[in-house]
Design a binder for this molecule. Structure first.
Ligand SMILES: Nc1ncnc2c1ncn2[C@@H]1O[C@H](COP(=O)(O)OP(=O)(O)OP(=O)(O)O)[C@@H](O)[C@H]1O
Length: 302
């Protein structure tokens, strides 16, 4: 595979680790996404991320898993690259376009698909450990109703996490990056070994964020500057589930109670969590029609 057969069209995103462009394969005219990481970057992780995609893609269930297909990866000149299926918008983007509120129906449909995706990656031994709305995407065209999870740059095999028996400040700064987000689990902030339940806790915070428009510990915290980080951690770790889920349907409180009850390495009842949220969906008499809040917006902005 030769990266030169792809032409960069436009930048579509970027984060702490790379720049993402839409590209066209010149022979077929098909569009893809390409993630580029400078090879001089201090903490190179793109090729590790590629290995995770490679391992996940070997699985039979991968096709329906809600993870974009990796077409190719490698090194070219000054960059490491991964080429993936091109997806649509991130939920971060869609959330902003919906005036920072999603309806209960939209949140429940997202959560149901995310639980399936997490069950899949956990069953293959991986933890995402960096869940946030910008890593959750919708597909393109006929897959526009499907939810996808991206960005395995900070993912780990939990078997490896278990071997790191205790967090230690000398660990690579990836460890620090994993616990800087407003969506990170409480245990990640206090340096406890992370497991599958930490991803589910982050998903719970994302649901609350979408429903309320913010999280109670967000206040003045700025994740780029790490400003007021200690205050954010204090507020998050001292908040009870009851206060966090105040005024929300009781299923959210039950969701967190269920997660907090289990040990970090215990197998989770994904089905139970899905049934809990599906029960709420039915109770509210919502329809399974693949219509999300953003489908009501006339001109979505890229
Ligand atoms: N396959 C894709 N199709 C379309 N857009 C994509 C795709 N992959 C990534 N993006 C866009 O690029 C953004 C950043 O991607 P990604 O999270 O992989 O980068 P990162 O540098 O690892 O970011 P972070 O700092 O969040 O870890 C996403 O939020 C999304 O908007």
């Amino acid at each position: 595979m030769n990266i030169r057969q792809y032409k960069l069209v436009k930048r579509i995103g970027g984060g702490r680790f790379g720049e993402i462009f839409c590209c066209i394969e010149t022979e077929t005219n098909l569009k893809y996404a390409i993630k580029l990481e400078p090879r001089k970057a201090k903490h190179q992780q793109l090729l590790l991320e590629a290995k995770i995609y490679e391992e996940l893609q070997c699985e039979e269930q991968f096709i329906q898993s809600g993870i974009p297909k990796m077409i190719s990866y490698g090194e070219e000149g000054d960059f490491n690259f991964i080429i993936f299926d091109l997806l649509g918008y991130s939920l971060d983007n869609l959330f902003n376009q919906c005036n920072k509120k999603f309806s209960l129906k939209t949140v429940l449909v997202i959560a149901d698909q995310m639980l399936l995706i997490l069950e899949f990656i956990h069953s293959r031994g991986f933890l995402h450990l960096n869940l946030k709305p910008s890593d959750i995407m919708i597909g393109c065209l006929e897959n526009a109703h499907k939810i996808y999870l991206i960005d395995f740059g900070l993912a780990l095999k939990y078997i490896e996490v278990q071997q790191q028996n205790k967090f230690n400040e000398q660990q690579p700064s990836f460890e620090k990056l994993r616990r800087t987000s407003i969506f990170s689990s409480v245990d990640s902030h206090i340096g406890k070994v992370q497991g599958r339940r930490d991803d589910l806790e982050s998903l719970g915070y994302i649901m609350i964020y979408f429903l309320r428009g913010s999280l109670p510990w967000q206040s003045t915290y700025n994740d780029k500057l790490n400003h007021e980080y200690d205050k954010m951690v204090y507020l998050k770790s001292s908040m009870t589930i009851v206060t966090l889920c105040n005024d929300l349907p009781e299923e959210f409180q039950k969701y967190f109670t269920q997660i907090k009850k289990i040990n970090f390495n215990e197998k989770l009842g994904y089905r139970l969590l899905r049934q809990l949220l599906q029960g709420l969906f039915q109770k509210m008499d919502f329809k399974q029609d693949n219509i999300y809040d953003w489908n009501n917006i006339q001109n979505l902005q890229n």
